[in-house]
Design a protein around this ligand. Structure first.
Ligand code: AVJ
Length: 334
Protein backbone atom coordinates (compact mmCIF):
# COMPACT_ATOMS: atom_id res chain seq x y z
CA UNK A 1 0.00 0.00 0.00
CA UNK A 2 1.09 3.55 -0.68
CA UNK A 3 1.22 6.08 2.13
CA UNK A 4 1.61 9.82 2.35
CA UNK A 5 2.79 11.34 5.60
CA UNK A 6 1.21 14.49 6.92
CA UNK A 7 2.46 16.29 9.97
CA UNK A 8 0.76 19.11 11.79
CA UNK A 9 0.73 21.10 14.99
CA UNK A 10 3.14 21.43 17.85
CA UNK A 11 2.74 20.04 21.33
CA UNK A 12 2.34 16.29 20.99
CA UNK A 13 3.45 15.09 17.57
CA UNK A 14 0.50 14.44 15.31
CA UNK A 15 1.16 12.38 12.24
CA UNK A 16 -1.32 10.77 9.96
CA UNK A 17 -0.69 8.11 7.38
CA UNK A 18 -2.92 8.40 4.37
CA UNK A 19 -3.49 5.48 2.03
CA UNK A 20 -3.86 6.43 -1.62
CA UNK A 21 -6.45 3.87 -2.68
CA UNK A 22 -9.44 4.06 -0.33
CA UNK A 23 -11.86 5.27 -3.02
CA UNK A 24 -11.19 2.21 -5.07
CA UNK A 25 -11.86 -0.14 -2.17
CA UNK A 26 -15.12 1.63 -1.39
CA UNK A 27 -16.37 1.25 -4.98
CA UNK A 28 -15.39 -2.42 -5.03
CA UNK A 29 -17.09 -3.16 -1.71
CA UNK A 30 -20.29 -1.38 -2.78
CA UNK A 31 -20.31 -3.25 -6.07
CA UNK A 32 -19.71 -6.61 -4.40
CA UNK A 33 -22.32 -5.99 -1.70
CA UNK A 34 -25.10 -4.87 -4.01
CA UNK A 35 -24.56 -7.84 -6.29
CA UNK A 36 -24.91 -10.37 -3.43
CA UNK A 37 -27.80 -12.80 -3.72
CA UNK A 38 -30.34 -13.26 -2.30
CA UNK A 39 -29.56 -10.54 0.27
CA UNK A 40 -27.96 -7.27 -0.86
CA UNK A 41 -25.49 -5.77 1.61
CA UNK A 42 -23.41 -2.69 2.27
CA UNK A 43 -20.51 -2.80 4.77
CA UNK A 44 -21.24 -0.85 7.95
CA UNK A 45 -17.66 0.44 8.14
CA UNK A 46 -18.61 3.05 5.52
CA UNK A 47 -21.17 4.73 7.80
CA UNK A 48 -18.51 7.00 9.26
CA UNK A 49 -17.94 9.89 6.87
CA UNK A 50 -18.06 13.35 8.50
CA UNK A 51 -21.88 13.32 8.63
CA UNK A 52 -22.06 9.71 9.80
CA UNK A 53 -19.52 10.30 12.55
CA UNK A 54 -21.47 13.37 13.71
CA UNK A 55 -24.74 11.41 13.65
CA UNK A 56 -23.19 8.58 15.66
CA UNK A 57 -22.10 11.19 18.23
CA UNK A 58 -25.74 12.21 18.55
CA UNK A 59 -26.89 8.56 18.75
CA UNK A 60 -24.53 8.00 21.66
CA UNK A 61 -26.39 10.72 23.58
CA UNK A 62 -29.92 9.47 22.85
CA UNK A 63 -31.94 8.24 25.84
CA UNK A 64 -32.72 4.94 24.05
CA UNK A 65 -29.08 4.13 23.22
CA UNK A 66 -27.22 3.38 26.44
CA UNK A 67 -24.24 1.55 24.98
CA UNK A 68 -21.70 4.36 24.74
CA UNK A 69 -22.59 5.87 28.10
CA UNK A 70 -22.27 2.43 29.71
CA UNK A 71 -18.71 2.08 28.49
CA UNK A 72 -17.91 5.65 29.49
CA UNK A 73 -19.01 4.83 33.03
CA UNK A 74 -16.91 1.67 33.06
CA UNK A 75 -13.75 3.36 31.86
CA UNK A 76 -14.20 6.45 34.03
CA UNK A 77 -14.53 4.20 37.10
CA UNK A 78 -12.05 1.44 36.36
CA UNK A 79 -9.32 2.75 34.05
CA UNK A 80 -6.75 2.71 36.87
CA UNK A 81 -7.53 -0.94 37.77
CA UNK A 82 -7.37 -1.88 34.09
CA UNK A 83 -3.94 -0.40 33.45
CA UNK A 84 -2.65 -1.71 36.79
CA UNK A 85 -3.07 -5.21 35.35
CA UNK A 86 -0.34 -4.42 32.82
CA UNK A 87 3.23 -4.53 33.96
CA UNK A 88 5.64 -3.11 31.48
CA UNK A 89 5.94 0.10 29.55
CA UNK A 90 2.88 0.13 27.34
CA UNK A 91 2.16 1.22 23.77
CA UNK A 92 -1.55 1.80 23.12
CA UNK A 93 -3.20 1.08 19.77
CA UNK A 94 -6.90 1.70 19.26
CA UNK A 95 -9.01 0.14 16.52
CA UNK A 96 -11.66 2.63 15.45
CA UNK A 97 -10.82 5.52 17.72
CA UNK A 98 -14.19 7.27 17.49
CA UNK A 99 -13.99 10.63 19.22
CA UNK A 100 -11.55 9.50 21.87
CA UNK A 101 -13.73 10.52 24.79
CA UNK A 102 -13.71 7.07 26.41
CA UNK A 103 -10.05 6.54 25.59
CA UNK A 104 -9.06 9.59 27.62
CA UNK A 105 -9.67 7.69 30.88
CA UNK A 106 -7.29 4.89 29.88
CA UNK A 107 -4.59 7.26 28.63
CA UNK A 108 -4.77 9.47 31.71
CA UNK A 109 -4.49 6.40 33.93
CA UNK A 110 -1.27 5.49 32.10
CA UNK A 111 0.20 8.93 32.74
CA UNK A 112 1.18 7.95 36.26
CA UNK A 113 3.77 5.60 34.69
CA UNK A 114 5.75 6.88 31.73
CA UNK A 115 5.31 8.92 28.54
CA UNK A 116 3.19 6.76 26.28
CA UNK A 117 2.54 6.44 22.57
CA UNK A 118 -1.10 6.29 21.49
CA UNK A 119 -1.90 5.07 17.97
CA UNK A 120 -5.53 5.52 16.86
CA UNK A 121 -6.25 3.43 13.76
CA UNK A 122 -9.18 4.56 11.62
CA UNK A 123 -10.35 4.48 8.02
CA UNK A 124 -12.38 7.62 8.69
CA UNK A 125 -10.24 10.78 8.45
CA UNK A 126 -12.92 12.85 10.19
CA UNK A 127 -13.05 10.46 13.16
CA UNK A 128 -9.25 10.38 13.31
CA UNK A 129 -9.04 14.18 13.30
CA UNK A 130 -11.74 14.46 15.99
CA UNK A 131 -9.89 11.98 18.19
CA UNK A 132 -6.59 13.82 17.80
CA UNK A 133 -8.25 17.13 18.70
CA UNK A 134 -9.97 15.59 21.72
CA UNK A 135 -6.84 13.99 23.19
CA UNK A 136 -3.94 16.23 22.23
CA UNK A 137 -3.92 18.02 25.59
CA UNK A 138 -3.00 14.91 27.63
CA UNK A 139 0.54 15.83 28.61
CA UNK A 140 2.20 12.39 28.80
CA UNK A 141 0.77 11.08 25.53
CA UNK A 142 2.24 11.26 22.01
CA UNK A 143 -0.38 10.64 19.35
CA UNK A 144 0.58 9.00 16.07
CA UNK A 145 -2.52 8.08 14.11
CA UNK A 146 -2.90 5.69 11.19
CA UNK A 147 -5.50 6.19 8.53
CA UNK A 148 -5.88 2.58 7.48
CA UNK A 149 -7.78 -0.64 7.97
CA UNK A 150 -7.56 -1.96 11.53
CA UNK A 151 -5.13 -4.81 11.09
CA UNK A 152 -2.92 -3.03 8.56
CA UNK A 153 -2.54 -0.23 11.08
CA UNK A 154 -1.88 -2.68 13.89
CA UNK A 155 0.84 -4.37 11.85
CA UNK A 156 2.58 -1.01 11.53
CA UNK A 157 2.31 -0.34 15.26
CA UNK A 158 3.56 -3.82 16.16
CA UNK A 159 6.53 -3.49 13.82
CA UNK A 160 7.61 -0.20 15.43
CA UNK A 161 7.35 -1.04 19.11
CA UNK A 162 10.47 -1.67 21.20
CA UNK A 163 11.39 -5.09 22.50
CA UNK A 164 10.47 -4.21 26.09
CA UNK A 165 7.14 -2.59 25.28
CA UNK A 166 3.82 -4.33 25.82
CA UNK A 167 1.03 -3.57 23.36
CA UNK A 168 -2.39 -2.67 24.71
CA UNK A 169 -4.97 -2.86 21.93
CA UNK A 170 -8.25 -1.06 22.58
CA UNK A 171 -11.25 -2.34 20.64
CA UNK A 172 -14.10 -0.51 22.36
CA UNK A 173 -17.76 0.26 21.81
CA UNK A 174 -18.77 -3.28 20.79
CA UNK A 175 -17.52 -2.65 17.27
CA UNK A 176 -16.60 -6.35 17.33
CA UNK A 177 -20.39 -6.94 17.14
CA UNK A 178 -20.42 -5.52 13.62
CA UNK A 179 -18.64 -8.62 12.27
CA UNK A 180 -21.25 -11.18 11.48
CA UNK A 181 -21.10 -14.87 12.34
CA UNK A 182 -17.66 -16.43 12.13
CA UNK A 183 -16.06 -13.22 10.90
CA UNK A 184 -15.59 -11.96 14.47
CA UNK A 185 -13.58 -14.97 15.61
CA UNK A 186 -11.58 -14.96 12.37
CA UNK A 187 -10.81 -11.29 12.96
CA UNK A 188 -9.74 -11.88 16.58
CA UNK A 189 -7.46 -14.72 15.47
CA UNK A 190 -5.76 -12.50 12.91
CA UNK A 191 -5.47 -9.76 15.52
CA UNK A 192 -3.89 -12.25 17.94
CA UNK A 193 -1.39 -13.34 15.29
CA UNK A 194 -0.03 -9.78 15.12
CA UNK A 195 0.53 -9.68 18.90
CA UNK A 196 3.24 -11.18 21.10
CA UNK A 197 2.52 -13.36 24.09
CA UNK A 198 1.65 -11.10 27.02
CA UNK A 199 0.18 -8.30 24.90
CA UNK A 200 -3.29 -7.16 25.96
CA UNK A 201 -6.64 -6.56 24.30
CA UNK A 202 -9.33 -4.45 25.98
CA UNK A 203 -12.52 -5.52 24.21
CA UNK A 204 -15.85 -3.73 24.73
CA UNK A 205 -18.92 -5.90 24.14
CA UNK A 206 -22.62 -5.10 24.41
CA UNK A 207 -24.44 -7.83 26.35
CA UNK A 208 -27.76 -9.54 25.70
CA UNK A 209 -30.69 -7.60 27.06
CA UNK A 210 -34.48 -7.50 26.64
CA UNK A 211 -35.53 -7.37 23.00
CA UNK A 212 -37.68 -4.23 23.52
CA UNK A 213 -34.66 -2.37 24.89
CA UNK A 214 -32.59 -3.37 21.88
CA UNK A 215 -35.22 -2.57 19.29
CA UNK A 216 -35.83 0.84 20.87
CA UNK A 217 -32.09 1.59 20.87
CA UNK A 218 -31.96 1.21 17.08
CA UNK A 219 -35.37 2.83 16.39
CA UNK A 220 -35.02 6.04 18.38
CA UNK A 221 -37.90 8.49 18.55
CA UNK A 222 -35.95 11.34 16.94
CA UNK A 223 -35.06 9.22 13.94
CA UNK A 224 -31.32 9.81 14.25
CA UNK A 225 -30.47 6.14 13.73
CA UNK A 226 -32.57 6.19 10.57
CA UNK A 227 -30.66 9.24 9.36
CA UNK A 228 -27.35 7.52 10.22
CA UNK A 229 -28.42 4.46 8.22
CA UNK A 230 -29.74 6.39 5.20
CA UNK A 231 -26.68 8.68 5.16
CA UNK A 232 -24.78 5.72 3.72
CA UNK A 233 -26.79 6.15 0.51
CA UNK A 234 -26.06 9.87 0.48
CA UNK A 235 -22.37 9.10 0.81
CA UNK A 236 -22.50 6.63 -2.06
CA UNK A 237 -24.30 9.24 -4.18
CA UNK A 238 -21.67 11.84 -3.44
CA UNK A 239 -18.49 9.78 -3.51
CA UNK A 240 -19.38 7.18 -6.11
CA UNK A 241 -21.70 9.18 -8.36
CA UNK A 242 -24.79 7.09 -7.59
CA UNK A 243 -28.44 8.12 -7.93
CA UNK A 244 -30.12 6.68 -4.82
CA UNK A 245 -33.39 8.55 -4.16
CA UNK A 246 -33.38 8.76 -0.37
CA UNK A 247 -37.12 9.35 -0.20
CA UNK A 248 -37.59 5.83 -1.57
CA UNK A 249 -35.72 4.02 1.22
CA UNK A 250 -36.73 3.56 4.84
CA UNK A 251 -34.77 2.58 7.91
CA UNK A 252 -35.45 -0.84 9.38
CA UNK A 253 -33.97 -2.27 12.59
CA UNK A 254 -34.99 -5.71 13.84
CA UNK A 255 -33.72 -8.19 16.38
CA UNK A 256 -32.66 -11.56 14.99
CA UNK A 257 -33.18 -13.99 17.88
CA UNK A 258 -31.29 -16.78 16.12
CA UNK A 259 -28.05 -14.85 15.72
CA UNK A 260 -28.52 -12.62 18.82
CA UNK A 261 -28.03 -9.56 16.64
CA UNK A 262 -29.78 -6.32 15.86
CA UNK A 263 -29.85 -5.97 12.08
CA UNK A 264 -30.23 -2.68 10.29
CA UNK A 265 -31.52 -2.63 6.73
CA UNK A 266 -32.61 -0.06 4.16
CA UNK A 267 -35.94 -1.03 2.65
CA UNK A 268 -36.91 -0.06 -0.86
CA UNK A 269 -40.31 1.64 -0.91
CA UNK A 270 -40.91 0.82 -4.58
CA UNK A 271 -39.57 -1.28 -7.41
CA UNK A 272 -36.60 0.73 -8.65
CA UNK A 273 -33.22 0.79 -10.36
CA UNK A 274 -30.15 2.51 -8.99
CA UNK A 275 -26.93 3.22 -10.86
CA UNK A 276 -23.64 3.54 -9.01
CA UNK A 277 -21.51 5.23 -11.65
CA UNK A 278 -18.03 4.74 -10.20
CA UNK A 279 -18.77 1.17 -9.14
CA UNK A 280 -19.89 0.41 -12.70
CA UNK A 281 -23.20 -1.21 -11.74
CA UNK A 282 -26.92 -0.75 -12.04
CA UNK A 283 -28.98 -2.74 -9.55
CA UNK A 284 -32.70 -3.36 -9.37
CA UNK A 285 -34.64 -3.53 -6.14
CA UNK A 286 -38.06 -5.05 -5.67
CA UNK A 287 -40.76 -3.32 -3.65
CA UNK A 288 -39.96 -4.10 0.00
CA UNK A 289 -36.53 -5.58 -0.74
CA UNK A 290 -33.83 -4.65 1.76
CA UNK A 291 -30.15 -3.83 1.72
CA UNK A 292 -28.55 -5.17 4.89
CA UNK A 293 -26.30 -2.43 6.29
CA UNK A 294 -25.31 -3.48 9.83
CA UNK A 295 -25.14 -6.36 12.26
CA UNK A 296 -24.85 -5.51 15.92
CA UNK A 297 -24.26 -8.71 17.83
CA UNK A 298 -25.16 -8.96 21.53
CA UNK A 299 -23.00 -11.23 23.70
CA UNK A 300 -23.40 -13.57 26.64
CA UNK A 301 -20.57 -14.01 29.15
CA UNK A 302 -20.20 -17.65 28.12
CA UNK A 303 -19.79 -16.67 24.48
CA UNK A 304 -17.06 -14.17 25.34
CA UNK A 305 -15.16 -16.75 27.38
CA UNK A 306 -15.30 -19.16 24.43
CA UNK A 307 -14.19 -16.46 21.98
CA UNK A 308 -11.16 -15.54 24.09
CA UNK A 309 -10.04 -19.14 24.17
CA UNK A 310 -10.66 -19.80 20.48
CA UNK A 311 -8.73 -16.69 19.48
CA UNK A 312 -5.69 -17.48 21.67
CA UNK A 313 -6.27 -15.21 24.66
CA UNK A 314 -6.62 -15.70 28.40
CA UNK A 315 -9.55 -13.76 29.90
CA UNK A 316 -7.74 -11.80 32.60
CA UNK A 317 -10.55 -9.63 34.01
CA UNK A 318 -13.85 -8.01 33.14
CA UNK A 319 -15.84 -4.97 34.22
CA UNK A 320 -19.63 -4.94 33.79
CA UNK A 321 -22.07 -2.04 33.77
CA UNK A 322 -25.36 -2.96 35.41
CA UNK A 323 -27.45 -0.02 34.29
CA UNK A 324 -26.97 -0.97 30.60
CA UNK A 325 -25.50 -4.48 30.44
CA UNK A 326 -22.12 -3.98 28.78
CA UNK A 327 -18.71 -5.49 29.49
CA UNK A 328 -15.13 -4.38 29.01
CA UNK A 329 -12.93 -7.51 28.82
CA UNK A 330 -9.20 -7.53 29.41
CA UNK A 331 -7.67 -10.41 27.48
CA UNK A 332 -4.00 -11.40 27.47
CA UNK A 333 -2.42 -13.04 24.42
CA UNK A 334 -1.05 -16.48 25.20
C1 AVJ B 1 -20.64 1.78 17.22
C2 AVJ B 1 -20.88 -0.23 16.01
C3 AVJ B 1 -21.25 -0.22 18.33
O1 AVJ B 1 -23.63 -1.33 16.54
O2 AVJ B 1 -24.53 -0.23 18.16
C4 AVJ B 1 -25.45 2.64 16.55
C5 AVJ B 1 -23.26 1.59 15.71
N1 AVJ B 1 -25.54 1.55 14.73
N2 AVJ B 1 -26.71 2.68 16.12
C6 AVJ B 1 -23.75 -0.32 17.22
C7 AVJ B 1 -24.71 1.93 15.68
C8 AVJ B 1 -26.76 2.02 15.00
C9 AVJ B 1 -22.87 0.90 16.96
N3 AVJ B 1 -21.42 0.54 17.10
Amino acid sequence: MCFALKREGNGPMLTTLIPANTMNEFALDVRRGLQKKPQKELPSKYFYDATGSALFEVISQLPEYGLTRAEERLLSRHAKEIVDRLEGPVVVAELGSGTGRKTRFVLEALCGRQPTYYHPIEISPSALAACERELRDIHCISIVGFESEYLNGLLEVAARREEAEQLLVLFLGSTIGNFDGDASIAFLRRLRSILREGDALLLGADLLKPVETLVRAYNDALGVTGAFNRNLLLRINRELGADFDLSQFEHLAIYNAETHSVEMHLRSLKEQEVTIGMAGVTVSLRFGETIWTETSHKYSHAELVRMAKEAGFRAEAQWVDREWPFVDNLWIAQ
